[in-house]
Design a protein around this ligand. Structure first.
Ligand code: NAP
Ligand code: MG
Length: 466
């Protein structure tokens, strides 16, 4: 690793890594090209027969050991993410712990990946859940560690080998996880980490005949492109794409609690979260009161150095991302209601911002901002709340604040989204399914069912005729 001033172009194959809280280059890494990608896919293909043949209990033991090694490096991994992605230290510790927990959880899978025995005439019929082969995991910059873990954990547990591409902006923790896997005894070639451009490494995952499945998280546009490319060889895909999730606050809710929770439901990870509740829908009778309560909660969000334990929100990932966020707030059809503070200086800072769009056709109400901007609109009654929530191409997450249990369930069933929370904004648990409706994606990650998307079912009939 070396550091160089950001003005000098890096030598061929080297990629500079920037600290978003200062804007300064602090290291550079070797970037993979087509040749390295093909070589890694071939190594993963060659490692596959032995890896799938590892006895279930031994594969489980190796994954538990990998989890233990990650656990021993939580501080180091978290520190890398603070520096590379500007994540707050408390968030980054959670993220490294999440990789450990996902590995521990799926370590239970190799010994439980059972098929069925189905009654038939003339013999015995059994099914097997067979691994697919090489799985390509493409990771975005917003949650480099968890999203890597959600792909590689169940993929390896089911007996696949993995090639993983981190985002060019945030490669450091993935590279380190690849090293820790080897340290834990995961055989060489079973997990390869390939930092490099999406248009080279990522596209090769899609086009290479040895890659049997691509697990992608990122923008809807690239997700669509991957699905088109995957059609060529019927490569399996899991897609986890954008969101524009609704936080629906009913008049009967605990308003203090709903207002206190709303800022971090939207500004967590500086709003660069596909689950961000970036649209707040408030029932008209409590609309003014809710905004009165929301203002001090937004002003109290501590934006600053991501390494400080007390910080709630760090910088954005890049100058480009900040420009994108600005364009939503400075456009027509939107008023800024109030905003918090952010540091000045060379980092990619943006203050937490609450906007009032002029109507539901405003761009800030419809498109994913992926930054610390939340829009608020009033609604009249349950039916309108559901209709407004569903008036979006996306359907990833959402929250419902009410004291009425029946309404909570009716609205939960009515909202077209994969992950809903009642009186909470929590949407990710390693033991429960996660994924999107509509343009938010295809397939589910995490939980007991994720293994189905890393296996194919094989049916075997054994004749018992004499
Ligand atoms: P992106 O372009 O979709 O990138 C996501 C990942 O896909 C990165 O690893 C990227 O690599 C890779 N990639 C890019 N082009 C590819 C291609 N043609 N084939 C295969 N892989 C490819 O997303 P972004 O540019 O980072 O962010 C743009 C917007 O997407 C954000 O502003 C946000 O709205 C949305 N987004 C959503 C999520 C989510 O969690 N759902 C995550 C990130 C972004 P490189 O970047 O290294 O080239
Ligand atoms: Mg991109």
């Amino acid at each position: 690793m070396s550091s160089s001033p950001s003005t000098r172009p890096p030598p061929h194959g080297l990629h500079e890594v920037v600290d978003p809280s200062t804007g300064a280059v602090f290291t550079s890494i070797e970037s993979a090209g087509l040749e390295e990608t093909d070589a890694a896919i071939e190594r993963a293909h060659a490692a596959y027969p032995d890896w799938r043949a590892v006895a279930p209990a031994d594969r489980a033991r190796l994954l538990r050991r990998f989890a233990a090694v990650v656990d021993a490096h939580v501080e180091e991994l978290a520190g890398l993410e603070v520096r590379n992605a500007g994540h707050t230290i408390s968030q980054a510790r959670w993220e490294a712990g999440n990789v450990r927990d996902v590995l521990d959880y799926y370590a239970g899978a190799p010994e439980r990946l059972s098929g069925r025995q189905i009654p038939v005439a003339g013999g015995v019929d059994v099914t097997f859940k067979e691994p697919l082969g090489v799985v390509g995991v493409i990771v975005p910059w917003n949650f480099p560690m968890p999203i890597a873990g959600w792909g590689l954990g169940p993929a390896l547990a089911a007996g696949n080998t993995v090639v993983l591409k981190p985002a060019e902006l945030t490669p450091l923790t993935a590279i380190r996880l690849g090293e820790l896997a080897l340290e834990a005894g995961i055989p060489g070639g079973v997990l390869s980490v390939l930092p490099g451009p999406g248009s080279v490494v990522g596209e090769r995952f899609v086009s290479h005949p040895y890659v049997r499945k691509v697990c992608f998280t990122g923008s809807t546009r690239v997700g669509q492109q991957i699905m088109r490319g995957a059609a060529e060889q019927l490569t399996r895909v899991t897609l986890e794409l954008g969101g524009k999730s609704a936080n629906i606050v009913f008049a009967d809710a605990d308003l203090d609690k709903a207002a206190a929770a709303a800022p971090m439901g939207a500004f967590d990870n500086a709003g660069q979260d596909c689950c961000a509740r970036s649209r707040i829908l408030v029932e008209r009778p409590v609309y003014d009161r809710f905004l009165e309560l929301l203002e001090p909660a937004v002003r109290a969000v501590r934006v600053g150095s991501p390494g400080d334990d007390a910080t709630d929100m760090g910088p954005l990932i890049s100058p480009g991302q900040r420009e994108q966020v600005r364009s939503f707030v400075e456009g027509d059809g939107v008023d800024v209601a109030f905003r918090g503070e952010a540091p000045g200086g060379d980092g990619f800072w943006y203050p937490p911002t609450v906007v009032l769009p002029h109507g539901s056709d405003a761009r800030v109400w419809r498109d994913e901002v992926f930054g610390p901007v939340v829009a608020v609109l009033p609604f009249d009654g349950e039916l309108e709340a559901v209709a407004m929530a569903n008036d979006s191409v996306y359907g990833l997450s959402g929250s419902i604040w009410t004291r009425d249990v029946g309404r909570a369930l009716r609205v939960s069933r009515g909202v077209e989204a994969g992950n809903l929370s009642v009186n909470s904004h929590a949407s990710v648990r390693y033991s429960t399914p996660f994924g999107g409706f509509k343009a938010s994606g295809l397939g589910r990650e995490l939980g007991p069912d994720a293994l189905d998307s890393f296996t194919d079912v094989k049916n075997v009939f054994i004749s018992t005729e004499g």
